[in-house]
Design a protein. Structure first.
Length: 157
């Protein structure tokens, strides 16, 4: 999976805001200090996040950024899309435009399906989910994962 630095930093910064009081504005300097990220890089990202309607900015002494909607309504894929992050496993195209072979790519459908599954996975995760998991981890509580058995693991009787 090709997840860019922009995408990782944007998710980190958005999660940082989600972990603060909902109505509180968080400055780029605060995020930069807590998460060890470049303030100038964060400025660029927040311009894109604001344009996408994910954060609201406020100038002045009590300025900064806050989430534009509740954390349960912001999905990880939205954040990545806002900063133009690429979520593809490969640059494979059906016509083989990106590779040395000739004719139709025989593995295109595999990579295309994987890309779709990654997008679904990231769409199913909200900032609220990430924040709750982080808070539980900070308290030393391990979250129990419930795994649905796949059809291949189920035996018919």
């Amino acid at each position: 999976m090709k997840l860019t630095t922009k995408g990782r930093f944007a998710v980190t910064a958005m999660l940082d805001i989600a972990l603060q009081a909902p109505q509180e504005h968080v400055t780029i300097a605060e995020i930069s200090t807590r998460r060890h990220l470049s303030p100038s890089y964060l400025e660029q990202l927040f311009g894109k996040l604001r344009k996408a309607g994910l954060v609201e900015g406020n100038r002045g002494p009590k300025g900064g950024y806050r989430l534009a909607k509740s954390s349960d309504q912001i999905r990880v894929d939205e954040i990545l899309d806002a900063v133009d992050s690429t979520l593809k496993t490969s640059e494979c195209t059906k016509s083989r435009a990106g590779c040395d072979g000739q004719g139709e790519c025989i593995t295109f459908d595999l990579w295309d399906s994987l890309n779709e599954e990654m997008r679904k996975f990231l769409h199913d995760i909200s900032l609220k989910d990430l924040a709750e998991k982080k808070l539980l981890k900070d308290q030393g509580i391990q979250q129990v994962k419930i795994v649905k058995p796949s059809k291949s693991n189920c035996s018919k009787k």
